[in-house]
Design a protein around this ligand. Structure first.
Ligand SMILES: *Cc1c(COP(=O)(O)O)cnc(C)c1O
Length: 429
């Protein structure tokens, strides 16, 4: 059956009837993508301002990444880790060099990588820090998003994500985000193994902490002998204008990590854009002192480190470096926030714009239960730009990082005109 013959209406009806209703998509059916654009079944073109939750930082169907996929697909796709394969070692050398860590543990989805980091943290707690058996604690933050497994939602305070999925995993405590005093109080507990944190809370609505928060988190974790575990599944890989958001305090401006002043995370979690959106790839990076706790049989995944993923991830990171995506995100992000601030200053509909690099959000002057943000996203779609509300009244703007300045300014015009029209025709009516 060719999907080309479907209309958007038919495609939506099929998903509605045969798929579990675990998402509430914006009504648009995407059929093709290239760079910063996607097209629907009827051939309408849109700017993609979600980038699959920042998995497509390199742009849709990037030719360099697809070439690696196609070449490897014709040679060898999956072997499992029961045997060595010819792509894993080169990839591991490449990715550890790229991010400046001793070792990597390859997985597939972001949630799996977070689970992996939690397991590493607990084992490190028992075997290195000397926490008594089954007493290890992991500190997380309010309003975090780390994925959807039972252990991970055990750290969530989002009712929609947790209701009727208990009982939950013990050993997880939670502190307010961007609150160093609350964190320090928990770090002092001798059974604390790790602090798991997003450098910017993406799903929470691009909540950006104080500039010195992450560097001070790193220092506090070191002081109390607790692992600093950074979940950069959404913020990493150039999205925020640096290779990693947790290195914001670092002097390095290059595409690769050349860590200078900042203390790096003890455990770094990557996902999403490490594959350029081509297939699920995730990774946990750490130095030997931590990663040594992982021994044969203690952890794994049939697909983790599979040949296709290894080649694709290397190509995806090469694009980030070769096309200076971090720098582009930094420059365009500043331009975007400056331009949108002009809108904030003149409209009643948007109360603020925030973010870093090309991970930004606007807050709509509406209750969280209101539908103004959803209706604005429908209008943006009609005007050729796709974005999605998060937490009801927040709209995240995260285009592929391969965008040009002209394209970004065109998008700013679409967003501004849409909001101005919305205010004139629909606001408070
Ligand atoms: C998306 C995301 C995850 C989960 O990744 P999946 O691939 O969806 O399992 C974890 N952490 C953060 C910060 C994310 O944004």
């Amino acid at each position: 059956m060719s999907t080309k013959k479907l209309t958007s209406e038919e495609a939506i009806a099929l998903e509605d009837q045969y798929g579990a209703h675990n998402y509430h998509p914006l009504p648009v059916v995407l059929d093709r993508g290239e760079g910063v654009f996607v097209w629907d079944l009827e051939g309408n073109r849109y700017y993609d301002f979600l980038s699959a939750y920042s998995a497509v930082n390199q742009g849709h169907c990037h030719p360099h990444i697809l070439k690696a996929l196609q070449e490897q697909a014709q040679q060898l796709t999956l072997t499992s880790r029961a045997f060595y394969n010819s792509t894993l070692g080169p990839y591991e050398k490449f990715v550890t060099d790229f991010f400046d860590y001793d070792k990597v543990l390859p997985m597939n989805t972001g949630a799996e990588a977070v689970e992996t980091a939690m397991k590493i943290s607990r084992r490190w707690g028992y075997r290195i820090k000397g926490i008594p058996e089954n007493q290890a604690r992991i500190i997380t933050c309010h309003n975090n998003f780390h994925g959807r497994t039972i252990s991970i939602i055990s750290a969530s305070n989002d009712g929609g994500a947790t209701k009727d999925f208990g009982p939950f995993t013990p050993g997880i405590v939670s502190v307010p985000y961007n609150d160093l005093a609350a964190l320090e109080a928990e770090l002092k507990h001798p059974h604390t193994a790790a602090f798991l944190v997003e450098p910017i809370q993406g799903e929470a609505g691009v909540f950006t902490p104080d500039a010195d928060y992450i560097p001070r988190v790193a220092a506090l974790c070191e002081q109390y002998n607790v692992l600093f575990v950074a979940d950069e599944v959404q913020t990493g890989i150039a999205r925020t204008g640096r290779l990693l958001a947790s290195c914001e305090g670092c002097n390095c401006t290059g595409a690769r990590c050349e860590s200078t002043i900042a203390k790096k995370p003890d455990v770094l979690i990557l996902g999403k854009a490490i594959s350029g959106g081509v297939l699920p790839v995730s990774a946990v990076l750490a130095n030997d002192a931590v990663m040594q706790v992982i021994t044969p049989g203690s952890h794994g995944s049939t697909f983790g480190g599979f040949p296709l993923a290894n080649r694709v991830a290397m190509a995806a990171l090469e694009v980030v470096e070769n096309e200076n995506l971090a720098e582009n995100a930094r420059i365009l992000g500043e331009l975007f926030r400056n331009e949108i601030q002009k809108l904030v200053d003149t409209t009643e509909v948007v109360t603020l714009v925030r973010g870093r690099g090309l991970l930004n959000a606007i807050v709509i002057n509406d209750a969280e239960e209101g539908d103004a943000a959803w209706r604005i996203c429908l209008k943006l779609r009609d005007n050729g730009l796709l974005a999605k509300p998060t937490h009801g009244n927040i709209i995240r703007f995260a285009p592929p990082l391969v965008m040009t300045r002209e394209q970004l300014l065109e998008c700013v015009a679409i967003i501004s005109n849409t909001i101005i029209e919305f205010e004139a025709n629909e606001w408070r009516k």
